[in-house]
Write a protein that binds this ligand. Structure first.
Ligand code: EPZ
Length: 421
């Protein structure tokens, strides 16, 4: 398993180009199963999660070709069973259920396991499929969904922890080929759901309200091929903004959608950072330690849970007391114990991290656990004294395209050490 070694203290400056969004590309790639025609998707990031999704699509029988950031897919004749040995590697595989149900009226996918950020149920996905007249069965670790015909109806997908992003996408995809009108109440409003809806509309779907909590779909007989460019990754962008805040002099992010990052840029502004923001660039002026702030993660447009770990790393340096409360994945604090090994002063009280800023972090060997926690540890290493060694960086490779090379391009002293498995 590879590790990343960061020598702290190097100032960051310059430009970094943000890649296409992982969380937008995954459901959009799954949506190509809805048509037998060819689809062309641009700005697909080179990530292991994307690789797994393309493996699943190929296994299902789709023709898949990748040329740098462009993926060409044709799902002329596809099977309807996604096997455990591939699905177990990535829980987002669950988003092939909706398109297979829509296209073939049946699908069988192994149940996604939990993960370190908490239990990852799909009860709301199944609630949506049942509302479309599908039956759902759990059999031998798989979930099987099937219907004689899909009929539109109204369904509320809001759960105890708020809306479901992939659940909204799954039900939306199935509803495009259901008979009649489907209304999804309590829908997720994330930009990634809007990007998926835009792609489905290019395929001939009839969708209104994407980006609001109420999405209306008028089913059509079939969908055709389409070409689409995936939106920039707002979480990668936020991660680099925190890197600039921690270690920057002046860092400019290119190919961002600044509109998607308002909760993050507003929080960084509250923490005392000056930013020059245009439609597709953000320049942050790093100026030493942040002011303490209080963050509560919420569904979009609130502060994103996927930026929570990175902010804990930044606020570890904020003189005074900050708090970070996690409402989406209340257990998502695997990074805290590792940051404390680097000298951070953080106390966990239920789903709230109480952070007292310290003047210095010290480099240490640390263990990556989930995608965003791993990124947070690399960020902390940028300003920690001496050397930080982040192990198990396969977690990072799931969601960040060449993060070590991009940080090195900004002046960080960082290298990836390949290790036998
Ligand atoms: C998506 O996961 C993202 N992943 C996650 O990003 C992100 O953290 C999450 O949305 C929230 O924004 C992808 O898009 C591939 P949810 P998703 O369904 O859709 C509960 C990353 O770092 N829930 O919106 O799986 C659930 O337990 C990843 O890139 C149910 O109760 O998340 C959670 O508490 C991590 N029943 C809350 O809803 C369900 O059927 C939100 O989950 C589904 C979800």
């Amino acid at each position: 398993m590879d590790k990343i070694i960061v020598h702290g203290g190097r100032p960051l400056s310059g430009f970094v180009k943000i890649s296409g969004s992982k969380n937008s590309a995954l459901p959009i790639l799954a949506a190509t199963l809805l048509t037998r025609d060819q689809c062309i998707i641009h700005s697909v990031p080179d990530l292991s999660d994307i690789h797994y999704m393309l493996q699943i699509l190929s296994h299902l029988g789709a023709q898949v070709e990748r040329a740098s950031g462009t993926v060409t897919i044709q799902a002329e004749n596809v099977a309807t069973v996604a096997p455990y040995e591939i699905v177990r590697k990535m829980r987002a595989s669950v988003c092939v259920l909706g398109p297979l149900l829509g296209r073939h009226k049946e699908a069988r996918v192994s149940l996604p396991g939990g993960c370190v950020i908490g239990d990852r149920p799909i009860d709301l996905h199944l609630k949506g499929f049942r509302a479309l007249n599908a039956a759902c069965r759990v059999e031998a670790g798989d979930v099987r969904v099937f219907a004689d015909e899909l009929r539109g109806s109204t369904v509320d997908l809001e759960g105890r922890q708020g809306p479901t992003v992939l659940g909204t996408g799954n039900v939306l995809m199935a509803a495009t080929l259901a008979e009649g009108i489907t209304v999804i109440e309590g829908a997720a409003a994330e930009p990634e759901v809007v990007d998926l809806a835009n792609f489905l509309t290019k395929m001939g779907a009839k969708i209104e309200g994407a980006g609001t909590r109420r999405i209306t779909v008028e089913g059509v007989k079939e969908l055709h091929g389409a070409e689409h460019c995936v939106i920039p990754d707002r979480i990668e962008a936020g991660t680099f903004l925190v890197a600039a805040a921690l270690a920057g002099t002046v860092v400019t992010l290119r190919r961002v959608c600044a509109d998607h990052l308002k909760a993050v840029t507003n929080t960084l502004s509250d923490a005392g950072y000056k930013m020059d923001i245009t439609r597709d660039t953000i320049t942050l002026h790093g100026n030493g330690s942040p002011r303490p702030v209080h963050i509560v993660t919420e569904p979009y447009p609130g502060f994103p849970t996927d930026m929570q770990a990175q902010m804990c790393a930044l606020l570890s340096r904020a003189p005074g007391e900050s708090t970070v409360t996690e409402t989406v994945f209340p257990q998502r604090f695997m990074h805290v114990s590792e940051l404390k090994r680097m000298g951070a002063d953080i106390a966990l009280e239920g789903a709230t991290a109480r952070i007292n800023g310290v003047p210095h972090l010290s480099g240490a060997p640390v263990m990556a656990s989930d995608l965003r926690a791993s990124a947070a540890l690399v960020l902390a290493g940028l300003v920690a004294e001496a050397t930080t060694e982040v192990n198990r960086v396969y977690h990072i490779d799931r969601g960040y395209e060449s993060i070590d090379e991009k940080l090195a391009g900004l002046g960080a002293e960082i290298q990836r050490v390949k290790q036998g498995n």
